[in-house]
Design a protein around this ligand. Structure first.
Ligand code: SF4
Ligand code: SF4
Length: 293
């Protein structure tokens, strides 16, 4: 029997996912820039959400009016007000840190391992190159696209409800795109865990949204789902995580200048990082289950 032809939306999804994965698998840009030239990231996850997903309006209500919807970013970029939000797709990815990075950081208690700090700085450079590569690949096929984190509209703000925030959140785009839910420490727990970085693109291309296998934004965190764990609380070297969540200011004050001074003086590059709450915890590399505690 002949196989049914793939519809356009499925073909688009497969092509985009392959383009993201090929970049991470084969590009020499995927590097920690250390002596061993280790890869920064292992195989990504890719998910999709619609530009008119009500979650994007809800983020604006929760975080603050400065938080932008996919439509607002796209229109600000292309100055084309005829575009409808449902013509846009948010493409989101999760880039898991390489295993050696996680192994090194598990051994640390206060300052980041060198690989982790490199993953924070040079890993984000990889993420930016991936953003540009996906935009260029889409444009080459005739689709308009923009990387929110690389637009002039992207900036950090103070949310009345959540403190430090930004005009676009990669983690919230990943949540909307079916890739994971939030943990007690604020990180996004995904099928490959929380020791990862995320990125996204908004494109005018038809792709069906990835189903969200959750309704609760804390579904994958054992503290919220089972009332157990709290490992991220004890991993935090400065007491920034409690049962009430993460104190962003305490965390920030550890990153700057404490870890920054350490990375500059010890590893000899301008960086920072911590990631204690992302490593040596049950949700580091997978969706945890009660037996992991
Ligand atoms: S370490 Fe435990 S409590 Fe903390 S985010 Fe992960 S699952 Fe939740
Ligand atoms: S990144 Fe470090 S300082 Fe910040 S909450 Fe996590 S463990 Fe604490």
């Amino acid at each position: 029997m002949l196989k049914p032809l793939l519809d356009q939306s499925t073909e688009n999804a497969m092509w985009i996912e392959k383009t993201v994965k090929d970049f991470i698998a084969t590009s020499p840009e995927n590097t920690l820039k250390n002596q061993d030239n280790d890869k920064a990231f292992e195989m990504p996850l890719v998910g999709f959400s619609s530009g008119d997903d009500p979650l994007y309006e809800a983020y604006k209500e929760h975080v603050g009016p400065f938080h932008l919807t996919p439509w607002e970013i796209f229109v600000a970029t292309y100055k084309d007000f005829s575009i409808k939000a449902n013509e846009l797709t948010v493409i989101s990815w999760v880039l898991p840190h390489n295993n050696a990075t996680k192994v090194d950081n598990r051994k640390e208690k206060f300052y980041p391992a060198e690989r982790w700090a490199r993953g924070r700085i040079f890993g984000e450079e990889v993420n930016n190159k991936l953003r540009k590569h996906i935009v260029a690949s889409l444009e080459a096929e005739g689709y308009r696209a923009v990387a929110p984190a690389l637009t002039p509209q992207f900036s950090t703000r103070i949310s009345p409800k959540y403190g430090y925030a930004s005009t676009w959140s990669e983690r919230h785009a990943a949540y909307a795109s079916g890739l994971g839910t939030f943990g007690l420490c604020d990180g996004l727990i995904t099928a490959v865990g929380k020791a990862m970085r995320t990125g996204s693109i908004i494109a005018q291309i038809p792709v069906l949204p990835t189903p969200r296998p959750y309704t609760d934004h804390h579904a994958y965190c054992l503290f919220f789902s089972q009332g157990v764990c709290e490992k991220c609380i004890s991993r935090c070297p400065v007491g920034a995580i409690t049962k009430a969540g993460k104190d962003k200011e305490k965390c920030y004050n550890h990153l700057f200048p404490v870890t920054q001074n350490y990375v500059i003086s010890t590893y000899d590059f301008d960086g920072y990082g911590c990631g204690m709450c992302q490593t040596k915890v049950p949700c580091e590399s997978k969706i945890p289950v009660k037996q992991d505690v």
